[in-house]
Design a protein around this ligand. Structure first.
Ligand SMILES: [Zn+2]
Length: 250
């Protein structure tokens, strides 16, 4: 049975500049598990409780299929809960709508322009290779924002210490900005990827300032005491989330 997120919800919470956001950890007895049943018509309890905690009127979650599609909600308020099919990025300039990205090794990325717009992106190796980060940033630019005004926070994800990849992924990731340094070959000929480094490089390539890109630098696979990890625990692993909401009345 689903439990409410514990009082020890946040791994990292930040607030100010007209936004509130953060990343969760697994919590005592894995209470902060944000797996999303495929048939969830109503928000599962952890999501509903998170929405309450943030004082958000509604919550949007992407289905997350390792693609590059970004959903923008650019007009009108909405109430309640929305799961967007085949979607790995969410953008809204509307206050009070919490955007949620789920992850258990992939890089959860939160983006914001102070007091103006928020976004959430799910970036694993396929998403990074497919350009989901650049697509999300382009959406913010299309709304009239400047790249130099965008901030990004990268949540906990699997590190190059643990993320072994196949040759096909290695070839694709090597060709990306930062790929030469982020794809590593180790003893025995195995390939490893540094997803956070690739995400940072893509954000920088779209014009974000290096000082605006924040990262906690923890590996989900190494830190089983803190995080769920698909690579370590398998397909039935729980999920942590990143969430961001534009505060009303700023
Ligand atoms: Zn590791």
């Amino acid at each position: 049975m689903a439990s409410s997120p514990s009082s020890e919800l946040w791994f990292w919470h930040f607030e100010g500049g007209g936004i509130s956001g953060g990343f969760t950890w697994r919590g005592p007895n894995d209470v902060n598990d944000f797996r999303l049943p495929g048939d969830a018509i109503d928000p599962p309890l952890p999501f509903a409780a998170l929405c309450d905690r943030l004082g958000a009127a509604s919550m949007i979650v992407g289905e997350q299929v390792h693609g590059r599609r970004v959903f923008s909600l650019t007009s009108g308020a909405r109430k309640g809960w929305l799961v967007v099919p085949e979607c790995d990025g969410l953008v809204t300039p509307t206050p009070g709508i919490a955007l949620v990205v789920r992850a258990a090794d992939c890089v959860p990325i939160l983006l914001w322009v102070e007091g103006a717009c928020v976004a959430a992106v799910h970036a694993g190796w396929r998403g990074l290779a497919g350009g989901v980060v650049a697509t999300a940033v382009a959406r913010l630019l299309r709304l009239g924002h400047r790249a130099s005004d965008i901030y990004a926070a990268l949540g906990p994800s699997i590190g190059p210490c643990c993320y072994e990849i196949g040759q096909d992924a290695a070839a694709k990731l090597s060709a990306l900005p930062g790929g030469e340094d982020a794809v590593l070959r180790r003893g025995g000929g195995s390939w490893f990827a540094d997803l956070p480094m690739l995400a940072r490089a893509q954000l920088a390539a779209t014009g974000l300032r290096g000082s605006h890109i924040l990262t906690p630098g923890e590996c989900t696979s190494c830190r089983g005491d803190l995080f769920f990890s698909h690579r370590r625990e398998g397909a039935e692993s729980g999920r942590q989330v990143g969430v961001i909401v534009l505060s009303p009345g700023e």
